[in-house]
Design a protein around this ligand. Structure first.
Ligand code: PMV
Length: 337
């Protein structure tokens, strides 16, 4: 029997990756075509909490898992937050978000686990109240709101897990994934969701190169330590691009975003996080009619994004596939699901 469920979408960073780690603003949006899902079921008495990661073919007994096992860490943090000990539950996790490619798969899986546990806790508790009641009828709630989590709680829990993946995460991934809305994000400040004035089309194309964010973020830190003035100036310029993009998106001035994406990609190349495969896909997208293109996320692999119109989307997608992209997602940002 299913006791609870949790979902979370993937995300892409539109502008500002890496500079966001150093206090500059960044913009990120959810990508609802790819999702993580966690389903909680009852398990044998005494078994404790077990996680089955379907895509990885792994089964993790939470009570025995090492502290840095990310799925177990997400579950433990959620249980502590919810005031639960070690329930006899089985959580099955499944995700269509590509891993280590800048789409927030780690954060989304954690968010799905946290939400599923909160959902199961609220239903279990409501059911216990119902069965204790002499007059069992439908006027009783089937969820106990005491266990419902707001986005900020999900975000804070996922951030703790993100530290295991990333080392020094800015917090943008957990924020956009927990809120499920486009966000303007500055480290240490409350996230600012922003409206999309007019939906716009993005192509997200995967180089197929797995590139853990922790490594690129660490390499950028080393380079920044050696050349602080140069890197601070690059981060300032990236921050200015993100600042310019937000009002354009809010006002529905999609055409303005293409040159801003191109400028952001050029700056990320200078930061040292592009790679020949990303540069090739960016060039291919532009040649096939994209209004602008850039890498997205940690870089040195993973995904690039290209701004297209409904008319150019399929040409650009075909060109990217022919140029070696292993996965191409076409998404309308800001369109009601
Ligand atoms: O998770 P990714 O690969 O989308 O990268 C996160 C963005 C970075 O700015 C590179 C790191 C961070 O913590 O913000």
């Amino acid at each position: 029997m299913v006791l609870g469920r949790g979902f979370a979408s993937g995300k892409v960073i539109l502008f500002g990756e890496h500079a966001v780690v150093y206090g500059r603003p960044a913009l990120a949006v959810p990508v609802t075509q790819v999702q993580a899902e966690a389903v909680v079921q009852a398990a044998a008495p005494g078994s404790g909490l077990t996680i089955v990661a379907r895509d990885l073919g792994e089964q993790i007994a939470v009570r025995d898992a090492p502290a840095d096992q990310p799925l177990a860490a997400a579950a433990r943090l959620a249980l502590t937050h919810l005031g639960l000990a070690d329930p006899d539950w089985l959580i099955t996790v499944h995700s269509t978000i590509p891993v280590a490619s800048g789409m927030g798969s780690g954060a989304a899986v954690s968010a799905a686990i946290v939400r599923a546990l909160a959902d199961a806790a609220s239903r279990e508790s409501a059911n216990q109240q119902i069965s204790k009641s002499a007059t069992r009828n439908t006027q009783y709630a089937t969820r106990n709101t005491q266990y419902e989590l707001i986005a900020a709680e999900v975000s804070a829990l996922v951030y703790e897990v993100e530290k295991l993946h990333h080392g020094t995460p800015s917090g943008i991934d957990n924020t956009v994934i927990a809120t499920g809305q486009p966000v303007y994000f500055v480290r240490g400040q409350p996230p600012q969701p922003f409206p999309i004035g007019r939906p716009f089309w993005l192509i997200i194309a995967d180089t197929g190169i797995r590139s853990p964010t922790k490594i690129t973020v660490g390499d950028v830190r080393l380079a920044w330590q050696q050349e602080q003035t140069r890197y601070e100036a690059l981060f300032d310029r990236i921050g200015a691009v993100a600042e310019a993009a937000r009002p354009a998106i809010c006002a529905g001035q999609t055409e303005a975003l293409g040159p801003l994406m191109d400028a952001n990609h050029a700056l990320l190349r200078e930061v040292g996080v592009s790679c020949p495969e990303l540069d090739a896909l960016v060039a291919t997208a532009r040649a096939a009619g994209a209004l602008g293109a850039k890498l997205s996320g940690g870089g040195r692999g993973g995904n690039m994004i290209a701004l297209v119109t409904e008319e150019t989307a399929s040409d650009v997608a075909d060109a990217l596939r022919s140029a070696g992209a292993v996965r191409v997602i076409v998404t309308a940002v800001g369109q009601a699901a």
